[in-house]
Ligand binder design. Structure first.
Ligand code: IMO
Ligand code: MG
Length: 428
C-alpha cells in the first residue's frame, strides 16, 4: 500500500517497532511524526537488537529515507547519541535521515519542569512521565513565547532569544531549581549540537507533500498508543501529543486523504507504564506471569510495566478513533501456558453496563471489567509460521478479539524475531 500508518491502540509498547521493521521493505520513506524520546522502539534483526527512540525504525534499511517531522519534540543530545550509536554499529546515518526545521527543541528546563510538575491535577496521583521533558516542551510549543524550533538554532537572533527565555525560566522556576540556568553555557552547548545536526535539517513538510504527490510509498510510525492521546486518551494520564491516528496529519503535514491503510497494533494482553486507571490490571500472579514471559520492563525508563487482560472496550474505541483497517496482534506467545484467558467485553460503572469507553478518568477508575473466559493453550507457539498451525484455543482467542473490535487480524507475532510472524490473508 502506498501510504500506510502503524498506530498503537493501547498505552504504548505494543511492539510497533517490530511491525514497522517488517513493513519497511515495502516502503520508501518511514516517518516519525509525534512524541519524542519518551518512545522506545525495539527492533530485532539479523540476531541484533536495536533500541530506537527518536529515529524511525526504517533506519536499519539503508535504502529507506527516514523523516522526523515537525510534530516531534527533539532533544538534540539524545538524537546525536542515537545517531552515534547506530553509526558505531555499522548502520548508515547520513542523507537517509531528515529532521524537520519545525521540530521543537527540548532544553534543560523542560527536563527540570518534568521532574517538578509531574502531578496530575485531578487526583494527586503522579502521571509518572518518562522525565524526558516531553510535556513541558509541548507546553512551550503551544504557549509560543518560550519555544525554540530546530530551524531557530541557525538564525542570527538565536542567542538573543535564548537570553530572553533563560531569564524567564529562571524567574518562573526560581527556588524550585538548585541552580539557575546559564544562557551562555546553553547557547554554547546548543550551537555545538546545531552544527552537528545541520546536514540533517530540512523542510520535511514540503518533502512529504512532494513524496505523496509523486506516489512514493510512505510508512508512518506512531509512537505511544492511542489511549495516551492528549485529546482522546485517558486524560490527564496521557502523553502530550496526538498518539492516536488523529496525529498523523497534524504531526506530519500530510493530509489524511493520502492515507491508504492504517494498521492498529495491540498486544494480546494489556500493559501500562506510569499512573492512571487500568481496569483489566492483574496485580497478581497472572500479571507477574505476563511480566516475566513478556519481559515487560520499560525500554526507556526500565520501570516494571503494569500488566493485565486484553481490554476490548478500550481497543474497540481506539480502533474506531484511529480508523484502523486491520489489527496486528503482538506477543501472543506470552499467554502460552495460562490455563484460561480473559477478555474484557464491557465495563460496569455504578451498576450500569457500558461498552463505550468512558470520557472521564474517574468513570474509568470506577469501571469494573466484565470478563469473558476462554480456554488457554499449553504448547509452545514460537516456532509456528502458519495461522492454521496455531492451537485451536489460540485461533479462537484471536477470532474473538477480531469480532469484538470489528477488524480482521492481519498479523500475529509469536516472538521478537522477524521470522516469528504469521501473516493472515492480507486485507489488501
Ligand atoms: P512507545 O512509543 C509506553 C507514558 C508514560 C507516562 C505518560 C506520560 O515506546 O510505545 P511522557 O513522558 O510522554 O509525558 O509520559 O505516557 N508513555 C509511554 N508508555 N510507551 C511509550 O512509548 C510511552 N511514552 C510515554 O509512562 O505514563
Ligand atoms: Mg516504550
Amino acid at each position: 500500500m502506498p501510504v500506510t500508518c502503524v498506530i498503537g491502540l493501547q498505552w504504548g509498547d505494543e511492539a510497533k517497532g517490530k511491525l514497522v521493521d517488517l513493513l519497511t521493505d515495502e516502503h520508501e520513506v518511514v516517518v516519525r511524526y509525534q512524541g519524542g524520546s519518551n518512545a522506545g522502539h525495539t527492533v530485532v534483526t539479523g540476531g541484533q537488537t536495536y533500541k530506537l527512540s527518536l529515529i524511525p525504525s526504517g533506519i536499519l534499511s539503508p535504502q529507506v529515507q527516514c523523516v522526523v517531522t515537525g510534530g516531534v519534540v527533539l532533544n538534540p543530545a539524545s538524537i546525536l547519541q542515537e545517531i552515534d550509536g547506530l553509526i558505531a554499529r555499522g548502520i548508515k546515518v547520513d542523507s537517509n535521515l531528515m529532521l524537520s526545521d519545525r521540530a521543537h527543541v527540548i532544553f534543560p528546563w523542560h527536563i527540570a519542569e518534568d521532574a517538578i510538575l509531574d502531578k496530575s491535577c485531578s487526583s494527586g496521583e503522579n502521571i509518572g512521565t518518562t522525565m524526558r521533558g516531553i510535556g513541558p516542551c509541548y507546553r512551550d510549543k503551544v504557549g509560543r513565547s518560550f519555544a525554540v524550533r530546530l530551524g531557530d538554532l541557525y538564525r542570527d537572533d538565536f542567542r538573543e532569544r535564548l537570553n530572553h527565555i533563560v531569564d524567564a525560566k529562571n524567574a518562573t522556576l526560581g527556588v524550585l531549581i538548585a541552580n539557575p540556568f546559564s544562557a551562555a553555557d546553553i547557547a554554547r552547548e546548543y550551537t555545538g549540537y546545531a552544527e552537528r545536526l545541520r546536514p540533517f535539517v530540512a523542510d520535511t513538510t514540503s518533502y512529504l507533500l512532494d513524496a505523496v504527490e509523486a506516489k512514493k510509498r510512505l510508512l508512518f510510525e506512531g509512537a505511544q498508543g492511542a489511549l495516551l492521546d492528549v485529546d482522546h486518551g485517558t486524560y490527564p494520564f496521557v502523553t502530550s501529543s496526538n498518539s492516536s491516528g488523529a496525529g498523523v496529519s497534524s504531526g506530519s503535514g500530510v493530509p489524511g486523504r493520502w492515507i491508504n491503510k492504517i494498521i492498529g497494533v495491540v498486544k494480546a494482553y494489556s500493559t501500562r507504564v506510569g499512573g492512571g486507571p487500568f481496569p483489566t490490571e492483574q496485580d497478581n500472579e497472572i500479571g507477574q506471569h505476563i511480566r516475566d514471559r513478556g519481559n515487560e520492563y520499560g525500554t526507556v525508563t526500565k520501570r516494571p510495566r503494569r500488566c493485565g487482560w486484553f481490554d476490548a472496550v478500550a481497543v474497540r474505541y481506539t480502533a474506531r478513533l484511529s480508523g484502523v483497517d486491520s489489527l496486528a496482534v503482538m506477543l501472543l506467545d506470552v499467554l502460552s501456558e495460562l490455563p484460561e484467558l480473559k477478555i474484557c467485553t464491557a465495563y460496569e460503572i455504578d451498576g450500569r453496563r457500558v461498552t463505550n469507553f468512558p470520557s472521564h478518568v474517574d468513570d474509568l477508575r470506577h469501571s469494573k471489567p466484565v470478563f469473558e473466559t476462554l480456554p488457554g493453550w499449553q504448547q509452545d507457539i514460537t516456532k509456528i509460521r502458519k495461522m492454521a498451525d496455531l492451537p485451536q484455543a489460540a485461533r479462537d482467542y484471536l477470532a474473538r478479539i477480531s469480532q469484538l473490535i470489528g477488524r480482521p487480524v492481519e498479523v500475529v507475532s509469536i516472538g521478537p524475531d522477524r521470522e516469528q510472524t504469521i501473516f493472515a490473508q492480507r486485507t489488501s
